[in-house]
Design a protein around this ligand. Structure first.
Ligand code: MG
Length: 310
């Protein structure tokens, strides 16, 4: 049986094929307050990530290290890219989902539903047809730590889909306590959504739910996995369909049928992660005050994480 370094907690031998016995967990950036929203920009060879309370989006590259990408980010949280490569982010402060155009200008994609302000969009994915799917929990309006304290105007904490043709915003799921990270399976037939309601209510199970994607609708297929430590926040899927979820003790890796293969143990609470690096074989992990990185033997399912341009 293969021996893995102590930070890799193997629960199934298939995990050994996804990681490296020589791998290390590197801390590549630290000194932040609450890191989130990592996204790999392969064409520029850099990682962007949010430090939510300081209202900054940061940039890291192997060549240049850490720099500020954007000040005054309106408590920007989750980030992704659309099929055109444009950055799409969730802003707690402005309570919107915003797209950064190629010229650097910002376009607000969504900030209200049924005439009322969104809560505080948290995380976002864009399907290959250009539809923008995002979660809208209340974390950004509960206090002034990662947003501006305010009363909720929405009747529920919805998951939304913004139609790429009509521009219609529609609630596709409304029974989460706090919907958080979300990610598609590689073929986009399934959407996984994290329930992080246990952050403020112990009675809410820390589950990842799964939904079949039927055009613009979601069909509830129940619980995909229940975390055994902490709660699920950001998630990513690799090219084989394995799901990598943030958790209290690190990153948990599940097969497409929900079997826990193993964990990457991280010394700080993990909020999110993404694949990237010059050949797509690195996993970047935003964890409280730091960003960590390790080499893995798989790649992210999103096409830009496999770019060799970086
Ligand atoms: Mg989140």
């Amino acid at each position: 049986m293969i021996t893995l370094p102590p930070f890799l907690d193997m629960r199934d031998e298939r995990f050994a094929d996804l990681v490296h016995p020589m791998g290390q967990l590197e801390q590549i950036a630290t000194g932040f307050t609450w890191t989130e929203g990592p996204v790999w920009i392969g064409d520029h060879g850099c990682l962007l990530f949010s430090d939510i309370p300081s209202q900054r989006v940061m940039r890291w590259s192997a060549r240049d290290g850490v720099s500020v990408f954007r000040e005054g980010s309106q408590f920007n949280n989750g980030n992704t890219r659309d099929p055109q490569g444009r950055l799409v982010g969730c802003r707690h402060g402005a309570r919107d989902v915003v797209r950064t155009e190629i010229d650097g200008s910002l376009t607000v994609l969504a900030n209200s539903y049924e005439g009322k302000r969104l809560n505080s969009p948290n995380d976002v994915v864009v399907s290959s047809d250009g539809a923008v799917w995002f979660t809208d929990p209340t974390y950004g309006i509960l206090s002034n730590f990662e947003g501006f304290r305010a009363e909720r105007e929405q009747s529920a904490n919805h998951v939304f889909r913004l139609d790429p043709v009509s521009g219609e915003l529609r609630a596709v799921v409304s029974d989460f306590v706090q919907p958080n990270g979300l990610v598609f399976s590689p073929d986009e037939t399934r959407l996984y959504i994290a329930e992080s309601g246990s952050s403020h209510d112990d009675s809410v199970p820390p589950v990842i739910r799964q939904f079949d994607v039927d055009g613009a609708r979601l069909i509830d297929r129940g619980v995909f996995a229940t975390l055994d430590c902490g709660l699920p926040d950001g998630m990513r899927v690799d090219t084989q369909g394995n799901l990598w979820s943030s958790a209290g003790d690190g990153v948990h890796c599940f097969t497409p049928d929900g079997t826990l293969l193993g964990k990457i143990l991280v010394p700080e609470t993990v909020a999110n992660l993404c694949f990237g690096g010059a050949d797509g074989h690195r996993l970047f992990i935003t964890a409280t005050t730091s960003v960590y990185c390790t080499y893995v033997d798989t790649k992210g399912a999103e096409p830009w994480t496999r770019s060799r341009l970086g």
